[in-house]
Ligand binder design. Structure first.
Ligand SMILES: *Cc1c(COP(=O)(O)O)cnc(C)c1O
Length: 448
């Protein structure tokens, strides 16, 4: 595995440029014992050699996408200042950069006005969205599909908001009839639509959910932590395309720049369409600064201290790769999706494998064939191990029988079934997909 290191020299140059901005300050001495530092840093590198997962295209398991060099370098560059984006006063430039970067994401979804900010990740972002929704519809339920991210249920516990899971159809999408049944009973304040579920990449039927919103009136939250950037991809099937095109009609959106936005971890984003929800955040802290008349980020976020570095990295990435359809960034997403379709096609054509869900984004689900649910589950785990021994890393995911019982004529001796799952999130996966298939083929010869 080789790391991209060429770009590192630019950091030195950029750091000197940054330092020039502080030249009128009196000099300070830096007391760094470089020998000791070097020894520890090399020990750190030695220790990290054991890290798994890692950023190679043959890691095709869980969601993992390396940050782009521009994000890595901008993040590191900002550490010489270590801005804190809890307030304009914690990082003047980095807070302004956050506002621009977040406005760009809102504009991608077609929103001119918005209230939003970056935060630690999708979980924190969803928590804010659910918290605000709970304030708008006090005492009412949050509902999300059974395939929604598991944290929604847990977050509603933290927020003391009742929660109900809505069953999914055979494509792992929220079942509309089941949703309407629950809406008819009343008491629902928030519907979470997942655009790109974490396990399968399934896209909930947003246009139909929006129709139900007209009749039943609720806060519509779109959890697009993983899938949001696919808004830009030009190779979605029409059903997913239509859903993404309607994101603009949501009340709140969560998207994770640290999932598909080429950012290091620690970068989630929450957006509200109606800026007046800012009123719920009101606090009266005696120790945050109020030197600026402008609403500062700490006034519209639940977290206080946050890494300004994340905002600087995202801002720089958006400069290099504008989020526009047909350009480099969106082409990267299209490549991952194409890789997923190519791989899925191989499985479909090969009787040693079972498939059911065509990928809606860039996640592929498949299983080694077998006579029963228990045999398939066992084979999936054996396959996972055997592939890992060849340095091809997959993931195992468990699903309810209801998702596959129409498609797979097997003995359903268990209610759950373990399948294999690959997130082909890297643009490089497209160039590696045939290589990956060759390894899968070798593993299949031995294990199925
Ligand atoms: C990853 C994910 C989350 C959680 O986000 P974190 O950044 O891991 O906290 C929430 N919802 C969906 C759909 C996700 O894929």
């Amino acid at each position: 595995m080789n790391f991209e290191k060429v770009s590192l020299s630019i950091l030195q140059e950029a750091l000197e440029k940054l330092e020039d901005g502080f030249n009128d300050l009196p000099e300070i001495d830096h007391d760094v014992d470089t020998n000791a530092l070097r020894a520890i840093l090399l020990e750190t590198a030695e220790r990290m050699r054991d890290n798994y997962p890692y950023q190679h295209p043959l890691y095709a398991g869980q969601m993992l996408k390396p940050p782009h060099p521009v994000a890595r370098l901008a993040y590191m560059l900002s550490l010489w200042l270590n801005p804190n984006n809890h307030a304009l006063d914690g990082g003047r430039a980095s807070s302004a950069m956050e506002k621009e970067a977040v406005a760009n994401i809102a504009a991608m979804f077609g929103w001119d006005a918005h209230l939003g900010h970056l935060c630690g990740g999708g979980t924190m972002a969803n928590m804010e969205a659910l918290w605000v929704a709970g304030r708008l519809y006090p005492g009412k339920k949050v509902v999300a599909s059974q395939q929604a991210h598991y944290t929604h249920n847990r977050l509603t516990e933290v927020l003391h908001i009742p929660f109900q899971a809505i069953p999914c159809d055979t494509r792992a999408k929220m079942d509309l009839n089941a949703l309407e049944d629950v809406l008819k009973q009343g008491g629902v304040g928030t519907v979470v639509a997942t655009l790109g579920s974490t396990a399968t990449g399934s896209v909930d039927p947003l246009p139909d959910i929006l129709d139900l919103k007209k009749r039943y009136n609720f806060h519509l939250h779109v959890d697009a932590a993983y899938g949001g950037y696919f808004f830009l991809a030009n190779n979605l099937a029409s059903e997913a395309r239509t859903a993404f095109d309607r994101i603009t009609d949501a009340d709140s959106i969560v998207i994770d720049p640290h999932k598909h936005g080429l950012q290091p971890y620690g970068c989630g984003c929450v957006l509200f369409k109606d800026p007046s929800v800012g009123k719920f955040y009101k606090h009266d802290s005696p120790y945050t600064y109020f030197s600026s008349a402008e609403l500062h980020l700490g006034e519209i976020s639940l977290e206080c201290s946050r890494a300004g570095a994340s905002a600087v990295a995202l801002w720089a990435t958006q400069k290099l790769f504008p989020m526009r359809k047909g350009e480099t960034f969106s082409q990267g997403l299209e490549k991952g999706r194409k890789a997923a379709l190519d791989l899925f096609h191989h499985f479909q054509e090969d009787t040693r494998f079972l498939t059911a869900l065509p990928p809606e984004l860039d996640i592929v689900i498949w299983a080694p064939q077998g006579k029963s649910a228990s045999e398939i589950s066992q084979r999936s785990k054996a396959f996972f191990e055997a592939a890992a021994a060849e340095n091809l890393h997959l993931a195992v995911a468990s699903f309810p029988k209801t998702m596959f019982e129409d498609s797979w004529d097997i003995d359903w001796d268990e209610e759950q079934i373990s399948c294999l799952r690959s997130c082909l999130m890297k643009a490089e996966h497209l160039a590696w997909v045939e290589h990956i298939w060759q390894i899968l083929n070798r593993v299949a010869v031995r294990t199925i």
